[in-house]
Write a new protein. Structure first.
Length: 441
């Protein structure tokens, strides 16, 4: 009688997950990785958070959070219960059973995918992981990344995917500052290299997320995230184009949208603004565009949407100039206060914020510009110099440019105490002679 001595890594890991004895490692303690790590810690898993930033690691190990969406109390509680620890020692990857990769996937200066952070994570995993580990990439990327940069690389090192190790892709769906949808309430899509991979991935995420949506391949899961965000990019670009047109026609687009959305079918409202920001909408469509070019397919929709959205900060700058001209005031030497530099309301994230571009353009035109943002104490300008924001809302400016709709700002005071306001966020439904609103001039 032959005895099969081959280790059943799938069954071992399946049992560890269901008994909460699986140790989880999360690479990247940013806006995606830290919330994920803390959610699993709250479910009584032991979690190791990996990051190359020693200061970030020290802060977390002191029980403090550096992210608004993760309360310090939750980090402190996870630490106190010995469910969470941060480290920059990647050798500790050999202690974990599951690894979630949550590292940045930016664009290069030539607007091509920068996979250096993913490759660095995979190099560390390949060097230190043990057999039987489940590896899940969460970073947004082009279709084929998980198979090419993770599964294939691990097999080159001698491990069989689906037998010795397990590989999945599950796109993060974090929406910073969104208090309506908790991360665990948003369905979690997961695709695996093999059926056993996706089974383990589904089991893993079902410990935290209320609904897990398995798909047939990692490529389908990767494409899902790109479709979601490219859909938003294209529709935002369309409504931004309509905003510019309505300004020329003398029609209030905001009123048009309110009327159009009364139709109970066939219409989904999108709203104009000063551009798109954050790590997703400005970048993700370009990953898809780049992948299409590999197949000699040039997606004109994606490219055009990118052009329209990236042109909006310049449109805002022109709005400022036009508004000042009506006051017989040149933009050169004008005292301008930018209200909000974060890319969306009630967060401190300035990544890809259109406010940064407006700031640079106004500065280049000679404006004396100050910034007030209750969530952002400082940011880096185009020359990488740190700019301190004002600690309080001040008056005595030639123009106010509202770039972010923070709920804590006293907009009534702004309206009362200033005679030239550029509103890019539809702060006021009412029309005021001194308020110049995007999409309605």
């Amino acid at each position: 009688m032959l005895i099969n001595l081959e280790t059943n890594y799938k069954q071992q890991l399946f049992e560890k997950i269901n008994t909460k004895t699986a140790k989880i490692g999360v690479i990247g303690m940013g806006y995606v990785g830290l919330p994920l790590a803390i959610e699993f810690a709250k479910k009584d898993f032991q979690v190791l958070g990996f990051d190359v930033d020693a200061n970030k690691v020290a802060t977390l190990n002191d029980g403090k959070s550096h992210i608004l969406d993760v309360p310090t109390a939750e980090v402190a509680m996870a630490k106190a219960h010995k469910r969470f620890e941060a480290t920059n020692d990647f050798e500790a990857l050999n202690e974990v059973d599951i690894i979630s990769i949550c590292v940045p996937t930016p664009l290069t200066v030539s607007h091509e995918p920068d996979m250096s952070y993913v490759k660095a994570a995979v190099a560390s995993i390949t060097k230190h992981m043990k057999r039987g580990t489940l590896i899940v990439l969460e970073s947004t990327t082009y279709p084929g990344t998980t198979r090419e940069l993770i599964a294939d690389e691990l097999e080159k090192a001698g491990d069989k995917v689906g037998t010795d190790i397990f590989v999945c892709f599950s796109p993060e769906r974090i929406d910073p500052g969104n208090t309506e949808f908790d991360a665990k309430d948003v369905p979690k899509v997961v695709g695996g290299i093999t059926s056993d991979c996706v089974t383990l991935g589904r089991t893993y995420y079902s410990q935290v997320f209320k609904e897990v949506v398995p798909v047939s391949t990692t490529e389908v899961a990767e494409m899902t995230k790109l479709l979601e965000n490219t859909f938003r990019s294209v529709n935002i670009a369309f409504i931004n184009e309509m905003a510019v047109l309505c300004e020329k026609l003398g029609i209030d687009l905001w009123e048009v949208i309110d009327a159009a959305k009364t139709k109970p079918f066939g219409f989904m409202p999108f709203y104009p603004g000063p551009g798109v920001g954050g790590h997703c909408i400005p970048l993700d469509p370009m990953y898809l565009y780049w992948k299409g070019k590999e197949k000699n397919h040039f997606s004109r929709f994606i490219e055009l949407a990118q052009q329209i959205n990236t042109a909006m900060p310049t449109h805002v700058t022109q709005m400022v100039s036009n508004a000042l001209n009506k006051k017989q005031k040149s933009i050169s030497g004008a005292r301008v206060l930018m209200v909000g530099v974060a890319y969306k309301s009630d967060i401190d994230d300035v990544r890809e914020s259109p406010a940064l571009e407006v700031y640079e353009e106004l500065k280049q035109l000679g404006a004396n510009i100050e910034v007030y943002d209750p969530f952002v104490t400082s940011f880096c300008d185009g020359t990488n110099n740190k700019v301190q924001t004002n600690s309080k809302l001040t008056n005595n400016h030639d123009a106010i440019v509202i770039m972010t709709k923070h709920s804590s700002i006293d907009y009534t005071a702004i309206l009362k105490n200033n005679d030239c306001i550029i509103d890019t966020r539809n702060i006021w439904n009412e029309k005021y002679e001194h308020v110049h609103k995007i999409g309605s001039m």
